[in-house]
Design a protein around this ligand. Structure first.
Ligand code: GUN
Length: 298
């Protein structure tokens, strides 16, 4: 019988990270510095509501103060921009997170650009994106940084490895490629980015030492797309109907988990893989920002 893959436990690794961050926040609190994160949610997207709730829960656990701002779906772009301007000037707020996606009538790029880059703990502001690409210090986007931390903390250093990323979003695929191709510890990978228009996709994914699925299609990566012994990271979080559950749906990733687990050396589950790491990285960025804003007192 085929050997089953090692399951990379993102829940446990993220819990260990939060414990470290809690110690850091406690050390800052002794100096009367309380890291603060403003969480802005526009509208009632159910998935976004869950993410925001989990982000606030993470803040409470590690000792980061969170400030919630819930705006209606009909809220004007100006109202959101005015709120961001206020948060940019609020000394209690070290990080500003505007949960995406935004309603269609609001310009996402305009909103992201309005956030003070020094408070952009999502790492989405063009200044931070540019700094990430050149390898200058910046806030790294939380999901890609979480994938990197997950690999490193489970003993899979990407240095010299062929990393194939399936998906080219601004939130995951593109920044993950930028992070892993850097000449830096935890990076130094040879990176290939594939997407919906890629020819011979399976041939490319089969050449991956580390395969990262971030395309947003449930079960997209099948066993015949994976090299035996590869490490597989599943970034997908897809709701699929399941009448047997209380909620009527279940969460599945972008990887056909059961079949791929028989072939891979290691694999992340969904839920319990990358998701908890995203939140841990957000808390890390917020604490980092609090330190940056108080460097004269440290
Ligand atoms: N929507 C999905 N992922 C993210 C994220 O990492 N940050 C924000 N702000 N919105 C998201």
């Amino acid at each position: 019988m085929a050997k089953k893959a090692q399951v990379i436990d993102g829940t446990a690794i993220a819990a260990a990270m939060r414990a470290e961050l809690k110690d850091e926040a406690a050390a800052l609190a002794k100096r009367k510095i309380v890291p603060g994160l403003a969480v802005v949610l526009v509208g009632e997207n159910p998935a976004s509501q869950v993410y925001v709730r989990m982000k606030k829960k993470g803040c409470a656990e590690v000792g980061v103060q969170s400030f919630s701002h819930q705006l209606p779906t009909t809220c004007s772009e100006k109202r959101l921009l005015d709120l961001i301007a206020k948060l940019n000037g609020d000394p209690r707020v070290h990080g500003i997170l505007v949960q995406l996606p935004l309603p269609k009538h609001i310009g996402e790029a305009k909103v992201i650009s309005a956030i003070d880059p020094a408070k952009d703990v999502d790492g989405f502001h063009p200044v931070n994106v540019g700094r990430m690409l050149t390898g200058d210090p910046s806030f790294l986007p939380c999901t890609p940084a979480g994938c990197q931390a997950l690999l490193m903390r489970s003993g899979f250093n990407p240095a010299g490895q062929h990393v194939v990323i399936v998906g080219r979003s601004n939130i995951v695929g593109k920044p993950l490629a930028a992070i892993l191709m850097q000449k830096a510890p935890g990076a130094d990978a040879t990176v290939t980015v594939c997407h919906s228009r890629t020819h011979n996709l399976a041939a490319i994914t089969r050449s991956a030492d580390i395969l990262i699925a971030a395309i947003g299609v449930p079960g997209f990566v099948k066993a015949d797309m994976v090299r035996p012994g590869a490490v597989v990271i599943d970034v997908g979080v897809n709701r699929v109907d399941d009448p047997s559950t209380e909620k009527g749906y279940k969460l599945v990733g972008d990887v056909d988990y059961d079949a791929v687990a028989k072939k891979a050396a290691a694999i992340t589950p969904v839920p319990g893989g990358v998701g908890p790491m995203t939140i841990a990285m957000l808390l890390k960025n917020t604490i980092e920002s609090a330190k940056n804003h108080n460097c004269a007192r440290l």
